[in-house]
Every structure is written in structure tokens, then in C-alpha cells.
Design a protein around this ligand. Structure first.
Ligand code: IMP
Ligand code: MG
Length: 182
């Protein structure tokens, strides 16, 4: 495949076709797991939006969607891992089967915070589905129930993932040129 002519983008990691077919597989697994139940997908803004909508179209149990927004920042020593909810869910998740939808799990700090927060709201169940997983950089261990792709330790953009808020609308996932991510 030819390299995309977008400044900063190095090479395509997953094409639109690969993404679509993998999402169908994961949606089938999810549909089996929640057969006979109804499901609430909770998306983390903004990165998971593209993945959530693509996945939801292939899940065949009744489902609701809701979103929350977070801000993550480093503390004064530069240590990562501080996360807070900037926009909360619109509705309660008490008693619901909740599937948290992430764009990428990297160090795991964001996911750990979200799981702790949501677990405190008494859902019937709480599971995790991520589009990308960069397990090699994990600092805190977090449960990931469904993942579309494991990725190498390179900064990626597209299909919801951004660099300085750009590139979310690419239909594929691409690796950024190293000098663009520093
Ligand atoms: P964690 O708390 O380190 O797991 O952070 C995960 C968050 O960092 C994701 O939800 C993304 O917003 C962001 N992130 C991590 N790696 C990448 C990447 O390669 N491209 C774009 N965003 C990323
Ligand atoms: Mg994110």
C-alpha cells in the first residue's frame, strides 16, 4: 500500500478493511456474551467515538450509549496517572450491564481510574473493550476483556486517535513519524 500523503504520518498500521473486519469479530463475541440481555456502551470522549459507533452497528443485543469525558495530566514531578472526569455520564449505570469503550490502553492509569469510579456506581457488570492495546507500556495492571489490536510501542493516530486533536477522522490507523510526537 502506498504511504498516505499526510504530513507527519509515517505508515499505515491497520487499513480500513482490517479494522472493519476485526470490529465485526469483536462485536460478534460481545453479542454472544450479552445474549438475552441489554447492554450499555460507555465511551470515553473523544478518542473512542469512532470505534464505539462502528462497533455498536454490529452488536445485535439491545443497547444504549453514554459518554464521559476525562482530563489527564501529570503532577509536579512529571509522574503520569492523574485523571479526573471533565464531563460525566448523562444517566445512572446502577444495575446495568456496562461495557466501557476505550480507544487505547497504554499505561493503564486512565482505565484504572475509570473502572474504580464506575464500579462505585453499582452496575450489574462492568467490562472493558478497547480498540488498541499497547501492553508493552503498561504500568498498572487493568483487566481488558475485549481488544481489537495489540500495537507496538509507537505513537499512532487515526480512527479516533489524535495528535494535538488532529487526525481523528482518518479511516485507518497510522504510525506517526517519531519527530512529530516529541
Ligand atoms: P493511559 O492512561 O496511559 O492508558 O492513557 C491512555 C490514553 O492516552 C488514551 O486514552 C489516549 O487518549 C492517549 N494515548 C496513548 N497512546 C496514544 C497514541 O499512540 N496515540 C494517541 N493517543 C494516545
Ligand atoms: Mg483516551
Amino acid at each position: 500500500m502506498s504511504a498516505p500523503s499526510i504530513p507527519g504520518v509515517d505508515r499505515i498500521l491497520f487499513t480500513e478493511d482490517q479494522i472493519e473486519s476485526r470490529i465485526r469479530e469483536v462485536a460478534t463475541e460481545i453479542s454472544r456474551r450479552y445474549a438475552g440481555k441489554s447492554l450499555k456502551l460507555v465511551g470515553v470522549l473523544k478518542g473512542s467515538v469512532f470505534f464505539l459507533t462502528a462497533l455498536a452497528r454490529h452488536i445485535d443485543v439491545p443497547l444504549k450509549i453514554d459518554f464521559l469525558g476525562i482530563s489527564s495530566f501529570s503532577n509536579k514531578t512529571g509522574a503520569p496517572g492523574l485523571v479526573r472526569i471533565a464531563k460525566d455520564l448523562d444517566e445512572s449505570i446502577e444495575g446495568e450491564e456496562v461495557l466501557l469503550i476505550e480507544d487505547i490502553v497504554d499505561t493503564g492509569f486512565t482505565l484504572r481510574y475509570l473502572l474504580q469510579t464506575l464500579a462505585g456506581r453499582a452496575p450489574q457488570s462492568l467490562s472493558v473493550c478497547t480498540f488498541l492495546d499497547r501492553n508493552s507500556r503498561r504500568i498498572v495492571q487493568v483487566p481488558v476483556d475485549y481488544r481489537c489490536f495489540e500495537i507496538p510501542d509507537r505513537f499512532v493516530v487515526g480512527f479516533g486517535l489524535d495528535h494535538n486533536q488532529l487526525y481523528r477522522n482518518l479511516g485507518y490507523v497510522a504510525v506517526m513519524k517519531p519527530d512529530r510526537t516529541s
